[in-house]
Design a protein around this ligand. Structure first.
Ligand code: GRG
Length: 304
């Protein structure tokens, strides 16, 4: 596994690739094999988990823990749990009852391959399994139980009725309606930003970050989460499928509330740059160990 200081020396692309491998190996170990009974469920889970995601949330969690010198092993399972929750949200978001998408991470969506029932179960399984893995591995490793409880709480908050689900519900409600910027912010802070923020916070909390440092990293996570969504909206409006791994223009077709529609593309691009700068400012005063977090913020905007 790569530390922040090593990453600063080696370049972000190499760092991201090596961390992605670490996460992929751990997910491979943590998830039941594809031939385990009932094998269709495990194949459905694996289809989406190993379809080629960037692993941004687990990488953020590992990078945040590294800032405070925590051994990566101490946060690997919670990091993988975040990826499982993220993958569940993608599977369910793609269902006919939600966005009805047929392509994700460059692959046919889960329900297209396995049917709606199995796709719902694969998503449900990933959500619950995330919390089992987080708590069991941390208990076995003897990690401070108070910290583990705190992390379970912030991740549940980010994924649940105060976070991702509230964002998704507001998003569904807004389809086809005139929406303003505060509503788009409401949706995206919760739908996308909350889990990215929780990833940063979980890593810092497990690494026993002091309150002031945790506050700075939380500000970074908030700005980064919103920046990520502004970029995603712009890419959906004008990006190529090869870049996004999904069909582009879906937001427009479904009359979704997005930064691209509310602000217009030039202003949305500008907002992404400002949010990146805000994220970088939140990290001022930290040394070389935050370099991966800085580079991640830069690389999110570099997709534009
Ligand atoms: C719980 C059904 C349900 C939905 C929650 C998060 C969410 C709402 C839906 C996921 C779909 C979506 C378009 C979310 C916006 C956030 C986003 C850009 C997700 C893609 O994240 P990446 O780019 O994906 O990190 P990879 O494939 O790289 O992991």
């Amino acid at each position: 596994m790569t530390t922040g200081a090593e990453a600063a020396a080696r370049g972000i692309a190499e760092y991201l690739a090596s961390q992605r491998e670490v996460v992929d190996r751990a997910l491979e170990r943590l998830l039941p094999a594809g031939d385990e009974w009932p094998s269709v469920l495990h194949r459905a889970i694996r289809h989406s988990v190993f379809a080629g995601g960037k692993r941004l949330r687990p990488i953020l969690c590992l990078a945040a823990a590294d800032v405070f010198g925590a051994p990566p092993d101490d946060v690997l399972e919670p990091a993988c749990g975040l990826e499982m929750i993220h993958t569940y949200s993608l599977i369910h978001d793609d269902l006919p009852a939600m966005d009805d998408d047929r392509l994700r991470r460059g692959q046919p969506t889960n329900h297209v391959v396995f049917g709606e029932g199995m796709a719902i179960l694969a998503g449900d399984a990933l959500l619950t399994e995330a919390f089992r893995i987080m708590t069991e591995a941390q208990r076995l490793k003897g990690i401070n139980q108070k910290r583990v409880l705190q992390v379970v709480h912030i991740v549940a908050e980010a994924a649940g009725v105060l976070g991702m689900i509230a964002g998704q519900a507001a998003d569904l409600e807004s389809e086809g309606k005139e929406v303003d910027l505060p509503m788009v912010d409401f949706i995206h802070v919760r739908k996308t930003g909350a889990l990215l923020l929780a990833a940063v916070r979980a890593g810092a909390i497990l690494a026993e970050a002091k309150p002031a440092a945790l506050r700075s990293l939380s500000r970074y996570g908030e700005y980064l989460g919103l920046c990520f969504q502004v970029v995603d909206d712009v890419l959906d409006a004008e990006g190529a499928t090869e870049q996004t791994g999904k069909e582009t223009g879906g937001d427009e077709r479904r009359k979704k509330a997005t930064y691209a529609t509310v602000l217009g593309i030039p202003a949305a691009r500008q907002r992404a740059l400002e949010l990146r700068d805000d994220a970088l400012r939140a990290l001022e005063g930290f040394g070389k160990r935050v370099e991966p977090l800085r580079e991640i913020a830069r690389s999110v905007v570099a997709r534009l």
